[in-house]
Design a protein around this ligand. Sequence first.
Ligand code: COA
Length: 143
Amino acid sequence: MALKIIEHGSPEYAKMVKLRNEILRKPLGLQFSDDELAKEINDILIGAFDDEDILACCMLTQESKEKVRLRQMAVLNNLQGKGIGATMMNFAENVARDRGFHVMSMHARKSAVGFYEKLGYKISSDEFEEVTIPHYEMQKKLR
Ligand SMILES: CC(C)(COP(=O)(O)OP(=O)(O)OC[C@H]1O[C@@H](n2cnc3c(N)ncnc32)[C@H](O)[C@@H]1OP(=O)(O)O)[C@@H](O)C(=O)NCCC(=O)NCCS
């Protein structure tokens, strides 16, 4: 498995959006708008690949000089629970550290809170609703 940073608008980006739609949006009856995708141009886009095939993805959005937000974390359904998500999180944290960020946060789906807790993230908000389902903000110091 190769972890890499993806360029916005590239063929790899198209694969990433397809994966995100399949895993994160379609099950909720939602899809991405062109506007929403255009706003990702300045984000750090990360993919896990097996040759040409995308297995997992996530992205980092700068929130402030010190804080970066992880978004759109998704692993192919049939590959979940095999360590790919944790490996990709480790890569994303290293990328964030290299770029000088001190804190990583995310809006974690309630169903994924246990995954982030295993990686050292702590809940930092009350429960709230996003894309129709319950979420918590979680965060961790990177250094
Ligand atoms: C949540 C998700 C990203 C985790 O990635 P993954 O590759 O399946 O997770 P890993 O195999 O790396 O798991 C790492 C550890 O977290 C645990 N874990 C994984 N998913 C979990 C979950 N939803 N709840 C609690 N623990 C979880 C694993 O059991 C494993 O524990 P271990 O170290 O004791 O063996 C992935 O399952 C996924 O894409 N789910 C659907 C979309 C989603 O919910 N995305 C997150 C949006 S915030």
